[in-house]
Write a protein that binds this ligand. Sequence first.
Ligand code: IPM
Ligand code: MG
Length: 359
Amino acid sequence: MARNIKIAVMPGDGIGPEIVNQAIKVLNAIGKKYDTNFEYKEVLMGGAAIDATGTPLPKETVDACLESDAVLLGAVGGPKWDNLPGNQRPEAGLLGIRKELGVFANLRPAVLFPQLKSASNLKPEVLGDGLDIMIVRELIGGLYFGEKKRVTLENGEEKAWDTMVYQTSEIERIARVSFDIARKRNKKLTLVDKSNVLESSRLWKEVVYKIAEEYTDVELNQMYVDNVAMQLIRWPKQFDVMVTENTFGDIISDEASMLTGSLGNLPSASLGDGKIGLYEPIHGSAPDIAGQDIANPIGTIMSAAMMLRYSFDMDDAADEIESAISKVLDKGYRTADIMQEGMTKVGCEKIGDLIASEI
Ligand code: IPM
Ligand code: MG
């Protein structure tokens, strides 16, 4: 009998619906081939949820996610909702669902498809035979979730603050995930922090080095985040697995994505202790190009591949998606963001069809 898998789908805003549709196409092709029935339940989150229900993360959405086997998400946000108070913005829905699912470990692999070498901003000699970095971003703590407040002072000035706060157990668990990943790769882990200035970073450093004693086979080094921002451009090959605080991870993963040619290429998997993973591309909702069928769905399709790998132990199917993407690139098809001379420019729908047809 076919295996049944329940996926909660949050298309979200902007280009979200277009890119998620392509991932579903590809999953359906996989389902046919691997005798698996993917059962999708579409739920509202972000701006779409605000418009329909008045809140970015309705309770029905949370319930549907908790009843699913995994969650697939497009992107959220847009200028339409930019003036709402912080806790009512579309992004609050995204942070809320990450928290509800307890997905503290956000895996963001930056892998360069060899076919896209010339789409990268780096010189070919810096990229060499490719690039394969895994950024592990802590996802439900730190600056994003610490106390934040805004007050009006007596002199009429506004004052606002956010707090970067972590406790030992939160750092321990993300450190273990990172060491485990490093162990399965090249046994190299870089801790990215700002321990020359921030107390929370000093705690991170202490805790991560303590956990390192359990992983003597993994080589650990530490680097300040400003230096990392520079080193990623200078010599990205020095990195293998990187682990870092929520905000630092947000920033350096966008940076790393450009090394692979486009922000549109990068997938992510968010995992916790529970069994429900959240899968989403690392980019935003790109409202400027929404609805024009020009978005790049590769990051979302690769996120679906990560879902198969991490949530459902379907490694062969995940490999197959990655090689389907590779074949389509080999044949010269490109979306606008990764377009190069001599290639064939195609839209979001079309590249989704092409990838699905390789399966
Ligand atoms: C990301 C995004 C989100 C984040 C935004 C949309 C809230 O930039 O997933 O990297 O900052 O986490
Ligand atoms: Mg980001």
